[in-house]
Design a protein around this ligand. Structure first.
Ligand SMILES: *Cc1c(COP(=O)(O)O)cnc(C)c1O
Length: 404
């Protein structure tokens, strides 16, 4: 039998064992990969998803699949959640949740700084469907309080926020939302991972992960997840998995499950390496600014210490003439890959130009643009520090950064 998502196990033990069990037929210690799309049933049950309940066996892999279910159980143990639903990508998880919770005439308050795909969903897709969207700088909970309306259904946070690693105080925002019955809080916790922060314990109703990043951890499988209460996730499964259909492949679930088993020890190493690289960059003559939650110079370092048990591996830095430096880094780095994405064992870096991002995705003005620029200036190098020897990463950067 699977080990249940129980708090009696240590976190690292849960990462290794939760959701896994020796195969009852063969004794296999490692999880099986069950690719079957359909399952032979003995009970002649109905064909509609409405006929299923928690005790129904497997029927069809868009509804649920044994390998995906094992990953879901492991993620529940890590997040301290009752239930989990996996998706084919992080964006499928986001759109699955948002579209299933909101209807025309509803209102969502969303962080004005977040993953670009989510930012564009909020600015383009949701208004087209008649959903009202307010973008707020959620790093100040007062901005969330001011944005909530009678028809607000959801507050969407991302902390640390992509790409500038600005933080949101989840407990403070959840307390604001709790004053308004019917307002749910969802947190994109991809940068933090459950090793750093468990949003459900801080008052959020949903937590979302791009499994493509730290949870999978090896850059070879896309996936996404939403975790929450049993009731909320059952409703989500009916709507988003069964009706929208963007479910996770069992093969990807199997790869991500292998990655998730080492998440706690990998995050420890990501943090250690990121701190070493951040300190090196802070002392580098070509670097004008480093932003990393684990550095005392981060504007919200106190919140980071309170809310993050691990500072993760994401940092940004700035140099003079960023676009020209980006060209040099793209051509000349050897150890660090110049590529988007993050959370992999390989170090990744990418230039994120402020004017470009504002035009393509964020479209901020006034105080919100100023708040963004206070972290990012004209642009940042967003770096995901990997699991290499940090000395090699620093040497690689040093060789290309030169003296500025
Ligand atoms: C990558 C990412 C997403 C989207 O996930 P995909 O797996 O690429 O679809 C959402 N939020 C954050 C913070 C991300 O980094």
């Amino acid at each position: 039998m699977p080990i249940p998502a129980t708090s009696s196990l240590g976190f690292r033990t849960a990462a290794v064992h939760a959701g896994e069990y020796p195969d009852p037929a063969t004794g296999a210690s490692a999880p099986n990969l069950v690719m079957s799309s359909t399952f032979v049933t003995r009970d002649a049950i109905g064909f509609s998803a409405h006929d299923l309940d928690d005790r129904s066996g497997f029927l069809y892999s868009r509804w649920s699949n044994p390998t995906v279910a094992q990953l879901e159980a492991k993620l529940c143990a890590l997040e301290g959640a009752e239930a989990c639903l996996c998706f084919g990508s992080g964006m499928a998880a986001v759109s699955g949740l948002v579209l299933s919770l909101l209807a025309a005439g509803d209102h969502i308050v969303m962080s004005d700084t977040n993953y670009a795909g989510v930012a564009e969903l909020a600015r383009d897709t949701l208004p087209r469907l008649g959903v009202q969207v307010s973008l707020a700088d959620c790093s100040d909970p007062a901005n969330v309080a001011a944005a909530i309306r009678p028809n607000t259904r959801l507050v969407w946070l991302e902390t640390p926020a992509n790409p500038i690693v600005r933080l949101t105080d989840i407990a403070a925002v959840a307390a604001v939302a709790a004053e308004h019955p019917g307002v749910r809080v969802a947190v994109d916790s991809t940068f933090a991972t459950p090793v750093a922060t468990r949003p459900l314990e801080l008052g959020a109703h949903y937590v979302m992960h791009s499994l493509t990043k730290y949870v999978g951890g090896h850059g070879d499988a896309m996936g996404g997840a939403i975790l929450g209460s049993r009731e909320d996730v059952a409703a989500l499964r009916l709507e988003a998995a069964i009706h929208y259909g963007g479910v996770l492949s069992p093969f990807n679930a199997w790869l991500i499950m292998r990655g998730a088993a080492t998440l706690p020890i990998r995050m420890r190493a990501h943090e250690e390496n990121a701190l070493a690289v951040a300190r090196f960059l802070e002392d580098h003559p070509a670097v004008t600014r480093v932003v990393y939650p684990g550095l005392p110079s981060h504007p919200q370092h106190d919140l980071a210490r309170r809310q993050m048990r691990n500072f993760s591996g994401m940092l940004t830095f700035q140099t003079e003439r960023g676009p020209a430096m980006a060209e040099r880094l793209a051509k000349e780095l050897r150890v660090v890959h110049y590529a988007v994405s993050l959370g992999h064992h390989r170090s990744l870096i990418f230039w994120i130009d402020t004017p470009d991002l504002m035009e393509s995705s964020f479209r901020l003005a006034g105080a919100q643009l100023e708040s963004y620029r206070a972290y990012a200036g004209d642009g940042v190098f967003r770096m995901s520090v990997g699991l290499e020897d940090p000395e090699d990463v620093c040497r690689d950067l040093d060789r290309v950064l030169g003296s500025g």
